[in-house]
Design a protein around this ligand. Sequence first.
Ligand SMILES: Cc1cc2nc3c(=O)[nH]c(=O)nc-3n(C[C@H](O)[C@H](O)[C@H](O)COP(=O)(O)OP(=O)(O)OC[C@H]3O[C@@H](n4cnc5c(N)ncnc54)[C@H](O)[C@@H]3O)c2cc1C
Length: 365
Amino acid sequence: VKVAIIGAGVSGLACALTLEKHGIVPDVFEQLHRPGGVTPSIQTILQVIHRPAEDPLRDLAGRFGITLTPINTVRKIVMISPNRVAAARGRLGYIFERGHSRTSLDCELYGRLSRARVRFNAGVGYQELAGEYDRVVVATGSPFLAMAAGRYHGILRTWARGAVVEGSFDPHALIVWFDKSYANNGFAYLAPFSARKASLILEASDLREEEVEPAWRRFLETEKLAYREEETFLREHNVGICCPRQTGNLLFVGLAAGLLDYTLGFGLYNAVVSGVVAARCIAGGSSYEAGIRDMLAKSYYTYLARLALNRMDNDDLDKMLEVVGQPWVNRLVYNTGLDVVNLLGAVLEHGQPGPLREQFRSPAT
Ligand SMILES: Cc1cc2nc3c(=O)[nH]c(=O)nc-3n(C[C@H](O)[C@H](O)[C@H](O)COP(=O)(O)OP(=O)(O)OC[C@H]3O[C@@H](n4cnc5c(N)ncnc54)[C@H](O)[C@@H]3O)c2cc1C
């Protein structure tokens, strides 16, 4: 089988690695000149989101055959609203480096390829490849090819304004801030590279570009943060669901398919899983849509949770943290196997299927 993969990000590389295991050598096209993109950052995989899996990394290794090496574990998450602070403690997740450094997730996956050919500086569209290859996997991390194919339903328009900052950090702790006055329908967070360096990001939704920098300044002032900023970035982050994700010889994976936790904007785990499932489908003829059915349902639930979060004002955010900070919540939610996302999603969906519900369903196979 002749396979092209567009994008050498997490989903594209997971797909390429799995194809290699099945004896298929794909051609990978990457628009940039090296793996890992331009800006280094920290990303996390949180345990609570990927239940019923007891441990998301063990799950990726065991069920999907992809081992990821985190730079650290998450043992504490501090959540801050205008008048409340709550903390969760336990085995909460994993911290990864993204970017072009040797220790980044992107370089780790890239380094494991043995026979796949990766062509850098090769930004391509699917039309030019569809005739030449038996299968084309769209792993571009963006909605543009799904838009071009008329399969895209927009959901989130956010701006990620961030910086690598220097200071003194707990390398196992994340800090998340919720405040409508600067994040609007979004939030801000700090995630550590190490005890001296961290990623500080404002993920502000539904703002115009010219409103983002003032929002960033307001965030720093409000939270009294005065770190030295290095490697700053501003990135528009448009995400939405692609439907269907498999037709003809095309398969959309990762963020290009809209497989995301829409509450937090997290999609690493989904990128790996969908890349692997797409490869297995190509190698063995199984249905891709059926293989990602549960993930799609979960993505939809996180979209409903995001809508609920968007409706809150700062008083509601304070009340939310008052509940989240209770010791029984810590015991019940963070240190158990309770599938919080599916439970909450089922409650939010009850009696009122949202307009996008169908887009998140796998067609019957
Ligand atoms: C600021 C920020 C913070 C985030 N934090 C987290 C987090 O903490 N946890 C988490 O799970 N997720 C997080 N995410 C989301 C996560 O980055 C994505 O879900 C994940 O990278 C998706 O993987 P992917 O393979 O779909 O796309 P990517 O990893 O983005 O890879 C896409 C690749 O395709 C290439 N490409 C694009 N178009 C073309 C083209 N036409 N031709 C050739 N190549 C092309 C790109 O250059 C890129 O290398 C964050 C995202 C952002 C923006």
